[in-house]
Design a protein around this ligand. Sequence first.
Ligand code: XMP
Length: 323
Amino acid sequence: NWTTGNVIDEQVAAIRELVGDKRAICGLSGGVDSAVAAALVQKAIGSQLTCVYVDHGLMRKGETEQVEKDFVAATGVQLKVVDAEERFLKALAGVSDPEQKRKIIGREFIRVFEQAQAEIIADEGPAVEFLVQGTLYPDVVESGGGTGTANIKSHHNVGGLPEDLEFQLIEPLRKLFKDEVRMVGQELGLPEEIVHRQPFPGPGLGIRIVGEVTKERLDLLREADAIAREELTAAGLDRDIWQCPVVLLADVRSVGVQGDGRTYGHPIVLRPVSSEDAMTADWSRLPYDVLAKISTRITNEVRDVNRVVLDVTSKPPGTIEWE
Ligand code: XMP
């Protein structure tokens, strides 16, 4: 007889028993899985858990604050935030190739996370023995079987494991599906924005800028993305779409006219899709008035953007992300 209450009680008891008076570390990505895993372990062992959040500067507007403020307020978790924006930007300078970007972001992430881990161990001593992971049931199955998408793009799940690991793993969500994880998160009192967050890639906005990643381009994309999300939410469409990447074509310019002047700016691509599992997807038939509102606002409010285009490709042949 499955209830979220039972799952929570069982896991809390098991985690307490396992950890005893030792300590645990958990990497937060801003996503649902790591947030719910952390909240569950926090409920079990309280201040024996330290969470680490690596801010790589590639998050969407407001997301880092959501982890730093709302998640901490909801759980009381002990959080170490590492501001690594500059480091990531430096490592990404001059790089346009998507797979190269993923490799760099994955590599830097692991380095920064390991450094944070070492600092926590230096503070807390050898009692730090456990690492919490938000592994879900489909992840467990998939790592045995292997599926298509992973072969097409190297999915560095940010929050992924360092290789030479001396930690014991705690994976409290191993038997759960995504919708069950959301229910557990809700029951644990996590903020709605975290519990119902749509999928977002680990490399973040780094793979939504077609071209080189720079701070200026990231800021521009963050604004455009925030407008699209705001309008989709206002129109009540969040649960109808699987996710809606907003992509900056940084190396493309087109001619436009704004006010009484000619412009030569960048296009923004909207990529709303519906999907069951991200393996295949269809482009979402969003209402024209919502698209019109997003387009008007982005071209009015985001400097250097003079055109908004809609991606009407399904997957296959397109992938969901542009990179
Ligand atoms: P694609 O673009 O391959 O995306 O159709 C399928 C799903 O995976 C997400 N995605 C990623 N997630 N690291 C991630 O953690 C990545 O490098 C990555 N690339 C794509 C994408 O947002 C979609 O949900």
